[in-house]
Design a binder for this molecule. Structure first.
Ligand code: BV8
Length: 238
């Protein structure tokens, strides 16, 4: 693993599963996954929000409260260690809306699907740090309008900072995907882009994902084990 300089790391719900945050599809511990408990069309689309905003606000209030009771796990800690030590380019592109990467100390993190701990005012377009409820329509801290929504990317909406992500993929010589099923685009297409751009591609996942066949290498197992040993390897080669 020694000869790499510029790394892009894509993370998904699997990297936060061992911190007790539900994954979207197959729950690992027999727990029903998020999309088994809620209809994605109702709670994670602009149309669903227009139809029943209370249902959507309560769904995100529940998750926003839940992540504040969780702690980073060894996978988050190892990626923060790599971020601190890595002299080349490194970008952690996460699909996750929790703040566990940052709470573990990682700095070079990009939330392509938004963040639970931010509220977005659809009147003045300002995004504000937010830890409480949105279901009771609190006023926007910037313009006092009562039109705050979760600052997350819903299905059919454009993910955030796609240009910055593609710029990092163009520079990358190593692309690593951790804890994602490869079911949601454009994130699921990054491995193909990275490969076509000449990067080595590695998957660290509990089980083979929908895109496993696209990776040069797949290592299966819980992220709390596979990620620290991969980081040790990379830093040893650095
Ligand atoms: C868009 C925020 C236009 C909200 C989310 C092309 C083909 C087909 C469809 C499309 C397409 N292009 C676009 C679409 C439509 C759609 C899409 O992909 N639909 C799917 C369902 C077919 N995409 C969109 O609408 C996107 N917008 O395309 O805009 C555009 C097009 C091109 C370029 C630019 C713009 C917007 C999608 C974002 C939606 N918002 N989240 C919220 O969180 O509530 S998506 C959400 O679901 C997550 O962010 C994540 O992206 C996805 C869940 O996937 P994972 O994170 O992978 O989680 P999952 O549970 O599925 O899997 C967990 C994995 O971890 C498993 O593999 C498991 O084995 C593993 N695991 C479990 N435990 C562990 C583990 N691994 C290691 N250790 C463990 N302990």
């Amino acid at each position: 693993m020694g000869q790499y300089r510029n790394i892009v790391i894509l993370t998904g719900a699997g990297v936060s599963a061992e911190s007790g945050i539900d994954t979207f599809r197959a729950g690992t511990d027999g727990q029903p996954s998020l999309w088994e408990q809620h209809d994605v069309e109702d709670v994670a689309t602009p149309e669903g929000f227009a139809r029943d905003p209370e249902l959507v606000q309560r769904f995100y209030d529940m998750r926003r409260a839940a992540i504040q009771t969780k702690l980073p796990n060894p996978a988050h800690d190892a990626l923060a260690r790599l971020d601190a030590a890595w002299g080349g380019d490194l970008l952690i592109v996460t699909q996750n809306v929790d703040d566990l990467h940052e709470r573990a100390g990682a700095r070079r993190v990009l939330h392509m699907h938004g963040e639970h701990l931010k509220a977005w005012c659809t009147a003045c377009d300002v995004r504000s740090p937010w830890r409480g409820s949105l279901a009771d329509y609190p006023p926007c801290p910037a313009c006092q309008a009562r039109s705050l929504r979760p600052d997350v990317v819903w299905f059919g909406e454009m993910p955030y900072e796609m240009n910055r992500i593609y710029a990092a993929l163009r520079r990358a010589d190593l692309f690593v995907s951790i804890g994602t099923s490869g079911a949601v685009y454009p994130a699921a297409g990054f491995v193909r882009d990275a490969r076509e751009l000449g990067a080595h591609t590695l998957e660290l996942n509990l089980e083979r994902s929908q895109g496993s066949h696209l990776f040069h290498e797949s290592r299966l197992g819980p992220a709390s084990q596979t990620v620290p040993s991969w980081v040790d390897e990379v830093l040893a080669g650095a």
